[in-house]
Design a protein around this ligand. Structure first.
Ligand SMILES: Nc1nc2c(ncn2[C@@H]2O[C@H](COP(=O)(O)OP(=O)(O)OP(=O)(O)O)[C@@H](O)[C@H]2O)c(=O)[nH]1
Length: 314
């Protein structure tokens, strides 16, 4: 039986950063495979983690909890057979519902054991995301048995208030509001399972037919693809870093709809850069990762408009 950990959290919360930390500390010396599920097409997280020498299987352009559930089921089987890892880490897309991912993993319960459902919560964006995307955001908190707070720097004054808000969604989870490298490895590895996840286990033990009917009845909410969309762009190698930065800022400023996440690995004439955008934070830094794509995820965004904003003259 292979240990499986789900690392969930809304767009840009810090899931990939946590996986990188866990791979080098919590699971150091163990054979790890990460299943990356990017909502967009570009596979940026996979390229980034591969550059950190982590084995990654990518599933892009959809959610493993809805459109790619069958592929996900097969991917777990193939990974166990091909790599025989000690640990599988699953990073669902930031708009995936944790309950759906747990259900999808439980379909392979003869091969993998879900050890921990971890949810990363960005302290700065709790109210906005709960108010606007609550059906995804709250589900990720409700089914987490370990909740980690990210983006603590400069925001520690809000910790108590955020803990209360998280408790309103999930009273049983262990919550850690500390920098990740100061949390003992054992906290990541094992711990109590919350009641909501136990119920999903019990449901999965019922006959497939009944369990299927129950999940159909108990899912009145929308799929992520009905709410969010993504746009992927290729970048022109002849740009300077400054031109690239201006173009990206131009898209973020003028695109219709709401851009909730931007990320990319971009080659320009001054080298390769890793791009991250979450509302309020823009980052463009040197990188060794391979790739030349930029992805925007949001609501009401338009592919053609974003393409022409990026490609047009400034
Ligand atoms: N200051 C700070 N930055 C963080 C923290 N966690 C993540 N970041 C940064 O936030 C950005 C997004 O982090 P990721 O780890 O890619 O977030 P993610 O949840 O994997 O993002 P998606 O998969 O796109 O939803 C990156 O620039 C990270 O370096 C944190 O705790 N503090």
């Amino acid at each position: 039986m292979t240990d499986l950990y789900i690392i969930s959290g809304f767009l840009g919360a810090g899931k990939t950063t946590l996986i990188q930390t866990m791979a080098s500390s919590v699971f150091q010396g163990q054979k790890i495979v990460v299943i990356e599920n990017d909502f967009g097409e570009a596979g940026i997280d996979a390229s980034f983690l591969t550059s950190c020498e982590i084995t990654v299987t990518s599933m892009n352009s959809g959610c493993i909890c809805c459109s790619m559930s069958g592929d996900f089921y097969k991917a777990i089987g193939q990974i166990v057979k091909e790599y025989q890892p000690d640990v599988i880490l699953v990073e669902p897309s930031g708009v995936g519902k944790l309950s759906d991912i747990v259900k999808a993993c439980l379909k392979q319960k003869e091969l993998v054991e879900i050890k921990r459902c971890i949810t990363v919560v960005d302290i700065r964006r709790f109210d906005k995301y709960k108010e606007n995307y609550g059906e995804f955001f709250v589900d990720q908190i409700r089914y987490g048995d370990l909740i980690l707070i990210s983006h603590l720097e400069g925001n520690s004054g809000e910790i108590e208030e955020t803990l209360d808000k998280i408790r309103e969604c999930n009273q049983e989870a262990r919550i850690e509001a500390d920098f990740w490298d100061s949390i003992p490895a054992e906290v990541f590895r094992t711990g109590e399972r919350v009641e909501a996840v136990k119920e999903l286990y019990e449901e999965s033990l019922k006959t497939p037919k009944i369990s299927h009917l129950l999940s159909a009845v108990s899912s009145p909410f929308r799929f992520a693809r009905e709410v969010f969309s993504s746009v992927t762009l290729e970048c022109n190698d002849s740009l300077t870093k400054e031109e690239l930065k201006l173009k990206l800022e131009h898209v973020i400023q003028y695109a219709d709809g709401m851009i909730l996440r931007g990320k990319g690995i971009v080659s320009c004439n001054e080298g390769k850069f890793l791009f991250h955008y979450i509302p309020g934070k823009f980052q463009l830094e040197s990188s060794q990762a391979e790739g030349n794509k930029i992805c925007f995820i949001g609501t009401g965004i338009k592919k053609e408009q974003i393409k022409s904003l990026f490609e047009g003259k400034l």
